[in-house]
Design a protein around this ligand. Structure first.
Ligand SMILES: NC(=O)c1ccc[n+]([C@@H]2O[C@H](COP(=O)([O-])OP(=O)(O)OC[C@H]3O[C@@H](n4cnc5c(N)ncnc54)[C@H](OP(=O)(O)O)[C@@H]3O)[C@@H](O)[C@H]2O)c1
Length: 242
């Protein structure tokens, strides 16, 4: 069955890999990020109408309904899944915490995804769709890393939101899960030195970075019929962080 999947943060990194993996299933991606990147444009050339795109800044939480749903995903276009991938990382030690930066991060990482979830569920109910919501969380919630307390707290909030959404909407066959990713080589982790990365990888069973394709494949699994009985879970894709 063909699906239409809303994926945020498709311009680069994991979101781009998820978009590619969803398209390779023969499904449609309704992609969102602030910029249309060359890489996503290439996917559009390759997959035509199935690689949709709408530029949107997730800081604009109040415009989620008008911009993302009324304009980009009207009820006539059934929605089967939502992948909450876009995020920003504000790293610093807690004693330097800056409230303005913290609020801005919560807007993108937590408040916008909650509002999108609200409208995505309403969309799925309207079209009587057994939908799947997947949030990208981070291993930092579970292990702790110096400098990531504020960022990890946004992902912890998503994990709680996902579990409770699963409980609330399971009766209507709407599932919600988190993929808890380990450290992946993307722009987000680009500020770490080679030495810091090695220290992180030494904390994993596989002694390596988490592979982006492995995270994307897990997301696709959670979106599909094979995961019909999986909800309210945190699936760890983290090279076995121990
Ligand atoms: N990299 C890691 O080690 C790691 C580990 C665990 C979990 N994660 C999680 O994995 C997900 C993807 O991260 P990544 O490493 O791929 O990061 P990334 O390379 O920095 O990409 C972030 C994506 O989010 C979009 N984005 C950022 N701010 C936005 C905004 N205000 N409005 C709309 N889109 C926005 C960016 O697009 P534009 O700039 O075009 O808007 C970009 O496509 C995130 O949820 C992250 O927390 C990453």
């Amino acid at each position: 069955m063909s699906k239409n999947i809303l994926v945020t943060g498709v311009s680069q990194g994991l979101g781009l890999a998820i978009a590619r993996a969803v398209l390779n299933q023969g499904w449609t991606v309704s992609g969102v990020s602030r910029h249309l990147s060359d890489e996503y444009s290439m996917l559009q050339r390759e997959h035509g109408d199935r690689a949709r795109f709408h530029p949107f800044d997730l800081n604009r939480t109040d415009d989620v309904k008008a911009e993302l749903f009324d304009k980009f995903l009207p009820f006539e276009l059934p929605l089967h899944g939502y992948v909450n991938n876009a995020a920003v990382a504000y790293d610093d030690i807690v004693t330097n915490l800056d409230a303005t930066r913290l609020r801005a991060m919560y807007e993108v990482n937590v408040f916008a995804p909650m509002m999108i979830t609200r409208y995505a569920i309403r969309h799925m109910l309207f079209n009587r769709i057994t939908g799947s919501i997947v949030h990208i969380s981070s291993i930092s919630v579970h292990t702790g890393y110096k400098g990531l307390a504020m960022y990890a707290s946004t992902k912890g909030a998503l994990e709680a939101f996902s579990k409770n959404t699963a409980r609330e909407w399971g009766e209507r066959s709407i599932r919600s899960n988190c993929v808890v990713a380990g450290f992946i080589e993307t722009a987000m982790s680009g500020s770490l030195s080679a030495e810091q990365k090695q220290r992180i990888y030494q904390r994993t069973a596989l002694k390596e970075a988490t592979r982006i394709e492995s995270v994307a494949a897990t997301v696709v699994f959670l979106l599909g019929e094979g995961a019909a009985s999986v909800t309210g879970q945190n699936i760890f894709v983290d090279s076995g962080t121990i």
